[in-house]
Design a binder for this molecule. Structure first.
Ligand SMILES: [Zn+2]
Ligand SMILES: [Zn+2]
Length: 95
């Protein structure tokens, strides 16, 4: 169960729009929350990034390609996208 502040955090992450589309210059698209699982531990503790449905679950997405295939295709890592996400969150919330 997500707490109120967790839900607020997740919605502000989703509000950024797809972090990969943004990086690729496709503009901002409505995003879903993707949990980066490779750090291990529980899903609820996993860091999150916003990805559009295609880049999340589609054939060219992180689940469609797998984490390794995804990173190879776009020449970046999920950690890089996480850093971008956190930088944007910092900008928008003043943290
Ligand atoms: Zn996208
Ligand atoms: Zn996901």
């Amino acid at each position: 169960m997500a707490t109120k502040s967790e839900r607020k955090y997740l919605s502000s992450v989703a509000n950024i729009g797809c972090i990969l589309c943004r990086h690729l210059g496709f503009g901002t698209k409505d995003a879903e929350i993707h949990h980066i699982r490779r750090f291990g531990g529980k899903r609820s503790n996993a860091p999150v990034i916003p990805l559009c449905p295609e880049h999340h679950r589609g054939n060219t997405g992180v689940h469609g390609l797998g984490a390794k295939g995804f990173e190879k295709r776009y020449l970046l890592t999920q950690e890089f996208l996480l850093e971008q996400t956190q930088a944007l969150l910092g900008d928008s919330t003043g943290v």
